[in-house]
Write a protein that binds this ligand. Structure first.
Ligand code: FAD
Length: 147
């Protein structure tokens, strides 16, 4: 049981090069670093990305979530970081994920959020609660696929 458990949700604009190899290298680097730091800091969560944006849920003790978000905001691999939710919560939604990640296709976005597939996924149109639900549903599917 984590004291002072909080959940933070944000989205941002992806500044990583659109070229597939650089994009994969940047995401791999972010995930590798996140998993080391987050395990140390008792943080769990999930990161959603496509070529235009990131959306992330971080959950853990208030102090380490704040410190992690401070570092994330300074990162030049993205910009226009918008905080959507930051609240105390009774339990974790991603207890087994030091940082789950989902590369989101437009079809998935449409399936989960009702956004027209043709319009592409833009998390700035979603609330913190909707992004949290989308990430939770997608990571649950991922868990079931690999169970
Ligand atoms: P170091 O790895 O030693 O890095 C030192 C500095 O260099 C930092 O300012 C870092 O931002 C910068 N830096 C390092 N590598 C690169 C690079 N390839 N390009 C540009 N700048 C670089 N970190 C977490 O700990 N947990 C998370 O959940 C998390 N999620 C992230 C989600 C997104 C969308 C992005 C873009 C970054 C995320 N990060 C996360 C990374 C975070 O922004 C910091 O880079 C990281 O926490 C710094 O780790 P460190 O203090 O060990 O410093």
């Amino acid at each position: 049981m984590t004291a002072n458990l909080h959940r933070l949700v944000y989205y941002s604009r992806n500044h990583v090069s659109a070229d597939a190899a650089s994009f994969k290298a940047a995401v791999d680097d972010i995930l590798a670093k996140s998993r080391i730091n987050n395990a140390r800091d008792d943080i769990t969560g999930a990161l959603l990305f496509n070529s235009g944006c990131f959306a992330q849920v971080l959950e853990g003790p208030l102090e380490t979530v704040e410190a992690t978000f401070e570092r994330i905001q300074q990162d030049e691999r993205h910009g226009e970081v918008s905080l959507l939710a930051f609240d105390p919560v009774p339990h974790r939604s991603f207890p087994d994920w030091a940082m789950g990640f989902i590369g989101l296709s437009d079809a998935d976005a449409a399936r989960f959020s009702g956004i027209a597939a043709s319009s592409g996924f833009d998390p700035s149109r979603l609330s913190g609660q909707e992004i949290h639900r989308l990430l939770r549903d997608l990571t649950l599917e991922e868990e079931q696929a690999h169970a």
